[in-house]
Design a protein around this ligand. Structure first.
Ligand code: FAD
Ligand code: MLT
Ligand code: ZN
Length: 474
């Protein structure tokens, strides 16, 4: 092994590669050392921000030579501490936020090639300006980057229609753990040429290298949209309403989101600038979003007729149909502010779980009961992507309990939910990934051949273990 250079000389080498704008330390680096949920406070040698794939490649080679672990970061919106360095101060955070160019866009092929640091919202805007849709949509889209959403295989609101981030990716460019650049930016719908390395990198949470650019799929822009917020009788009624829309026109459902009263009311009570467009508060809500690229698709008529039938059946109690773009945005804001509402209301524990859609109502009811038994006075605040079976079975702290006392029970709370989810063949992490928070669950849930294969892949691609150590794998 070559003797590791002193960190100061490594930082000088890195700064020579990136220029002074590429190396942040002290107060400038501080925001990148803690996670969005404030679960972890890390430390690092520095935050490095290379300006190009070639610069990143040279930086990675320098870090490998120095034996310094690297933590990839995008918008730093991870829900599982995936982009936060450990507390040792020996790791280096490498943020790709300066690598944010749109390299090409083609509305015949319906593809767009963008760099990893491009913010998701900007990618959506660029596609729209070119007359196409990049459909991935989530609450953090104003900060999350393309590299981040691919590295976590983010899902979000439109999975029911367009799939997860993986389904929107055709090819990748990456810097591998030894600094080699791999250009796999193929824009092909068919490409069966051996192991699909691009799919290994998606969802790897930065443990197998850096995603530096991606070829993404685009779709036709919707010509008609219709959005409603409904108060529904219970969780089963929410599912029944989803089935009604799916049975009428499956292709029209762009998003179908469930929100419990407990969760919605944290938003109404703690987030400024929101209001409920219904006569009174309810115990259960659904946001239905229909969209079609067909002219005269008749979505408004579909929305009204389905809701009318569901009201007659007692499933829908009240509904507000958006009459303008502004009203659509206001209804969506109520949904998108759920993480913020929970954050402002005090400590909460997140359970990002998925089950087959048919099991969602029973799973929510069983988990809510079990959680209230486990922590008396706690408030289950479930909400999420009912259309794809991913519910955020979150729990808000009991009023009056100290946050630290509540958070000390985090793993009991997660175990309580996960054991119920297991009964339905569900997943303990549907869309947020494993990061640092859930590595200890991997042996139990993925142990045996699956985890052994993951460990073999990690050892083959990152034999020195320098890529985001302590994340994903136990
Ligand atoms: P970061 O948080 O910076 O990083 C996430 C992980 O990817 C880390 O492990 C990091 O090391 C790695 N990484 C980042 N960039 C790269 C790269 N270029 N190459 C290799 N590895 C990289 N997620 C959902 O799926 N659905 C939601 O609906 C959703 N809603 C959210 C709402 C809010 C308010 C917030 C704060 C988060 C939400 N998330 C959601 C979490 C979600 O994981 C992120 O928003 C997004 O996927 C992460 O993007 P990012 O650029 O912030 O990545
Ligand atoms: C969301 O869908 O808003 C986030 O993924 C969920 C969360 O904050 O738990
Ligand atoms: Zn979500």
């Amino acid at each position: 092994m070559p003797e590791a250079p002193h960190p100061t000389s490594l930082l000088e080498t890195l700064e020579a590669i990136t220029g002074p704008a590429g190396l942040l330390r002290g107060a400038d680096a501080a925001p990148m050392l803690a996670d969005w949920r404030s679960l972890y406070q890390g430390a690092a040698l520095a935050v490095l921000r290379p300006g190009s794939t070639e610069e990143l490649s040279a930086c990675v080679k320098a870090c490998v030579a120095a034996g310094v672990p690297m933590v990839p970061q995008g918008g730093n919106t991870s829900m599982v501490g995936g982009a936060t360095p450990d507390e040792s101060g020996r790791q280096i955070v490498i943020a790709l936020t300066r690598m944010n160019r749109v390299r090409s866009i083609d509305t015949t092929d319906m593809t767009m090639v963008v760099e990893a640091g491009l913010v998701l919202k900007t990618a959506q805007d660029v596609a729209r300006e070119a007359g196409a849709l990049f459909p991935l949509s989530l609450g953090a889209e104003g900060s999350a980057t393309i590299g981040g959403v691919l590295s976590t295989n983010a899902g979000g609101n439109t999975t029911v229609r367009y799939g997860n981030a993986r389904e929107l990716m055709l090819g990748l460019e990456c810097v591998m753990p030894d600094g080699t650049i791999w250009n796999g930016l193929r824009r092909l719908r068919k490409d069966n040429t051996g192991y699909a390395l691009r799919h290994l990198m998606v969802g790897a949470e930065g443990t197998l290298g850096f995603i530096t650019a991606a070829a993404l799929r685009l779709f036709p822009l919707p010509r008609e949209e219709a959005v409603a917020l409904c108060a529904v009788a219970d969780e089963a009624a929410a599912l029944a309403l989803f089935r009604r829309f799916r049975d009428q026109d499956e292709g029209a459902v762009r998003a179908f989101e469930y929100m419990s009263g407990g969760s919605m009311h944290l938003v109404l009570d703690h987030v400024p600038g929101v209001s409920l467009p219904l006569a009174e508060r309810a115990q259960h809500y659904v946001l239905v979003d229909l969209a079609s690229s067909r002219p005269q698709a008749g979505l408004r008529g579909l929305l009204e007729s389905v809701l009318e039938a569901a009201m007659e059946a007692g499933e829908v109690l009240d509904a507000a149909l958006a009459e303008s773009v502004a009203q659509r945005a206001a209804i969506w804001k109520l949904r998108e502010e759920h993480p913020e509402g929970q954050k402002r209301a005090g400590a909460s524990v997140k359970n990002d779980v998925s089950v087959p859609v048919s099991a969602v109502p029973e799973m929510i009811r069983r988990c809510s009961e079990a959680l209230q038994k486990l922590i008396p006075g706690s408030r289950p605040v479930p909400f999420g992507h009912l259309g794809d079976g991913n519910i955020h079975m979150n729990l808000a702290q009991p009023p009056g309990m100290a946050a630290a006392e509540f958070l000390a029970r985090s793993h009991d709370i997660m175990d309580c939910v996960n054991e119920i989810v297991r009964d339905y063949g569900g997943s303990f992490s549907a869309e947020h990934g494993i990061g640092r928070l859930k590595t200890d669950m991997m042996e139990d849930w993925r142990g045996g051949a699956e985890l052994a294969a993951m460990q073999a892949i990690k050892a083959a691609l990152d034999p020195l273990g320098l890529m985001n150590p302590g994340k994903v794998l136990p």
